[in-house]
Write a protein that binds this ligand. Structure first.
Ligand SMILES: NC(=O)c1ccc[n+]([C@@H]2O[C@H](COP(=O)([O-])OP(=O)(O)OC[C@H]3O[C@@H](n4cnc5c(N)ncnc54)[C@H](O)[C@@H]3O)[C@@H](O)[C@H]2O)c1
Length: 252
């Protein structure tokens, strides 16, 4: 398997998979970083360091993207075109309908697939099922401590559609796009983002209502020690997807 990015999530995943063996029969063999940061990489980690382009050409079947919305927008199509199974954490890139259209075209020609982990929330299966019967609305309210929002003062920072939320806060509301794709679409999903010095966790509340009923889901996430913007659960959700690849029973 390959990784793109070597920040808080990628470091966690490399250790969990390669050193702790938390995913049976899985191992990261390559890590792609930006060309300018390739030099002097620690050879002792037991992986081949490369550029994202080299990862596209490498003989790995599964690639986990844990870099940025910009990197996801740039590399997802080439990776899928090369037949890779891509686990996309910076799902915010998929707010771009043109990118989704290109992925459909590539997949129709027999490329790989994109897997979107539930990330910092959960319940994507629930929203997808509700949408089959007709959803009337989906709202996500995300509350983070100021440290996770570049020191933003207390209060509502944004209220509006998920598409604009991810454009303004690409490192904070990937989850809004995941929720959007599962339910009524990122364009129609309402997002409220607020800064609150009274919380120590990253809190996501999903509300959905439609023909099958109502759902309210509240997740209080501890941040990853290396990056207060990122929830520990987001990194764990990638491990859960990787585990599915090697299991005979798939809970969906
Ligand atoms: N889906 C979710 O719920 C969810 C939750 C948390 C984080 N995320 C996203 O996951 C990604 C990783 O999070 P993190 O906490 O590890 O971030 P981080 O900032 O700690 O690390 C990101 C790393 O990626 C590298 N990078 C950026 N662009 C790159 C490129 N073009 N090529 C190679 N490397 C590149 C950076 O240099 C950095 O080392 C972020 O985009 C974040 O927004 C998604």
């Amino acid at each position: 398997m390959g990784l793109i990015g070597f920040g808080a999530v990628a470091r966690f995943l490399l250790e969990a998979v390669n050193e702790q063996g938390l995913v049976p029969r899985a191992r990261f063999t390559r890590v792609a970083v930006r060309e300018e940061s390739l030099e002097g990489r620690d050879p002792d980690r037991g992986v081949v360091w490369c550029t994202p382009q080299e990862l596209v050409e490498a003989p790995v079947e599964v690639v986990v993207e844990a870099a940025s919305v910009k990197a996801a927008a740039e590399w997802t199509v080439p990776l899928v075109e090369a037949g890779k199974q891509v686990v996309l954490l910076s799902v915010g890139a998929l707010a771009d309908s043109e990118l989704r259209r290109r992925l459909e075209a590539v997949q129709a020609r027999g490329g790989g697939k994109v897997y979107v982990p539930a990330g910092a929330v959960g319940g994507l299966d629930l929203l997808e099922a509700m949408q089959m019967g007709g959803l009337d609305g989906v709202r996500l309210t995300t509350t983070k401590p100021p440290a996770a929002l570049a020191g933003a003062p207390a209060g509502i920072l944004y209220a509006g559609p998920a598409t604009e939320a991810i454009r303004r806060y690409p490192q904070n509301v990937n989850v809004a796009v995941a929720v959007g794709l599962a339910g009524v679409g990122p364009e129609s999903t309402q997002v409220v983002l607020q800064s609150d010095p009274g919380v120590s966790a990253n809190v996501h509340q999903v509300e959905a209502w439609g023909r099958s009923g109502r759902v309210a889901l509240r997740v209080e996430n501890r941040p990853l020690p290396d990056n207060p913007k990122t929830s520990y659960l987001a990194a764990l959700s990638v491990l859960a997807v990787l585990k599915k690849f090697s299991e005979p029973i798939w809970l969906v």
